[in-house]
Design a binder for this molecule. Sequence first.
Ligand SMILES: NC(=O)c1ccc[n+]([C@@H]2O[C@H](COP(=O)([O-])OP(=O)(O)OC[C@H]3O[C@@H](n4cnc5c(N)ncnc54)[C@H](O)[C@@H]3O)[C@@H](O)[C@H]2O)c1
Ligand SMILES: [Zn+2]
Length: 358
Amino acid sequence: MQTVSVSLAANPYEIVISSGIFPQFGEYFKKWVPGARQAVVVTDTNVEPLYGMKIAEILADAGIANDLCVVEAGEESKCPEVAQMLWERLIECGADRKTVVVAVGGGVVGDLAGFVAATLNRGIPFIQVPTTLLAQVDSSVGGKTGINIPQGKNLVGAFWQPKGVLMDMTSLQTLDDRQYRAGLAEVVKYGVILDADFFAFLEQNISAVNARQEDVLARIIARSCELKAQIVIEDERETSGRRAILNYGHTFGHAVEKLCGFGTYLHGEAVGIGMSFAAKLAMKLEPEKKELQELSERQDALLEALHIPTQVPDLPRDAVLSAMLHDKKTENGTIRFVLPNRLGECVMKTVEGVESFI
Ligand SMILES: NC(=O)c1ccc[n+]([C@@H]2O[C@H](COP(=O)([O-])OP(=O)(O)OC[C@H]3O[C@@H](n4cnc5c(N)ncnc54)[C@H](O)[C@@H]3O)[C@@H](O)[C@H]2O)c1
Ligand SMILES: [Zn+2]
């Protein structure tokens, strides 16, 4: 079992990572929210039969009364209408300030249920049980919750830290291949921007990672959570700019995601393409730095070995540029990129004349 402490001054909590740990959820629940007697488990239609119902039963066996709320699987559920339905359901279930919202599912369920917990009664306790790799290494760490509105993704939200996060490696065995790889792209990202040894560990364990070997998975998930947690502790509310380095590969990735039509590439797949682009951009900006060429080659080789796309699809250059200019990471018309300096270290750079690099 691995435990990662997220030592935020006001809301410290732990992330517990292990195989076959779900049966102990009742004990963690009582430890993380002492005295709580009621829970509402939020899950989606795919995760309900796999893990949602089990978590609800485990809580009931531990003496915690609970209701199960199931939303349609998919990004469309991260919307005001579904949030409203959940607020209403929680009130019907008799929720008060001590009721705990338990999110069982991927990033959609985590962001949505976290937002509902952050806003009902001005904030009620929340526990995350992430079941996708992306949710385990990314969305369940850091306290960002939110929903989409027609004007944009994640435009309405709140910072709301969970009381605890429980991850069971066995839940990843049922995840489909593309979803699994999309999560791996964010794992590779942490290695490139923050930890060269971790990057090398991934290179050395490609077949175990592809085979979803649980001991290796536990290590990479724990390290990813540690690295993300460290950044979040340094910049909890995205005010100092430090947290922005987590957007490595995302400026170009978001443009690809948007221009190809959301859904053509999963977010993580687009991030793979974005990282490949960003490393090449860094290389072209500083051609004398040989280590950048090596970094770009090693990164592409690792992404490809993990079956994450790196090839930029054929897109009109002007459209890519304008999509990047509209991305929220841009300032005054110039484009700010997170670019690698060397393996394990990156910087924010304002790049002019990006069109000549696309
Ligand atoms: N809050 C943050 O900091 C943050 C960071 C990154 C991404 N996000 C958000 O996360 C969301 C994406 O999360 P996601 O990739 O987990 O998507 P998701 O929640 O839609 O899950 C992907 C699919 O896998 C299914 N699923 C979940 N667990 C499963 C399992 N164990 N076995 C089989 N199927 C399973 C789901 O039902 C869904 O169909 C986006 O909305 C994104 O904005 C948030
Ligand atoms: Zn991402």
